[in-house]
Design a protein around this ligand. Sequence first.
Ligand SMILES: C[S@@+](CC[C@H](N)C(=O)[O-])C[C@H]1O[C@@H](n2cnc3c(N)ncnc32)[C@H](O)[C@@H]1O
Length: 253
Amino acid sequence: MPDWSGKGKEQAVQRMFTAIARWYDLNNSLLSFGLHHRWKRLAVKYLFEPSAGACGFRSGEVSAEPRYALDIGAGTGDLALLIQPRMGEAGRVAAVDLNQAMLQEGLRKIAGRGLHGRITCLRANAEQLGFRDNSFDAVTTGFCIRNVSDLLGACMEICRVLKPGGRFVCLEFSRPAHAWLLRLYDWYSFSLLPKIGTLVAHDRTGVYRYLPASIRAFPDQEGLKALLLKAGFRHVDYYNVSGGIVAIHVATK
Ligand SMILES: C[S@@+](CC[C@H](N)C(=O)[O-])C[C@H]1O[C@@H](n2cnc3c(N)ncnc32)[C@H](O)[C@@H]1O
């Protein structure tokens, strides 16, 4: 049985992502029925849309100052690839991840789109990012934060590197809003999903059994909102997507 606490969790999670990196995009599309593309597009929409108490980015806005965004747990680069083209010529995105194999896949996609001059892939831990205080206009993370060992610590670290008034958009699995959907979702994620995922990725690490267990252990919509406020954000909203299977939290520093 893997050790899911502290460093033990970090190492186990990294072993899993190294094992499936090549198959990650294919499995993501299969297991979410292609929905993850929509979830990511929506998260990026919330990053750029003006909302209460947040400056946000404005799509296509031309600024004399380069604007900086950070995508944490960038993996194969989908969010960074959606964000950068909306930032204008001067916009730069740092796509960071702890896992070299996932970043390698991301780098290939980013280079393929000719965006390697504007999106920089770096190895960094969400819990200790290594950037100066107030460095980024915006921070995003997609399906990563659930994997960290110290969730409150990671949220505080994200708040630290964000500029005052900047926006953090967190896309993560959450709690389905209806009892029938929760039952269906539990059946799918604990019975069917591990079988398909394991088969497609030829996985021996148990990553597709870890996935539903980690979702169940993660705070629900209100729980994550409370945590983000505790971490230092001054305003937090969230939006349920696909009946609450996924939630997008938008937090302003
Ligand atoms: C489920 S993938 C999500 C990838 C991508 N954001 C997406 O939405 O497709 C989770 C990613 O988070 C990374 N990750 C997990 N723990 C991390 C940590 N403590 N710091 C940085 N990245 C981490 C993993 O290596 C993996 O690439």
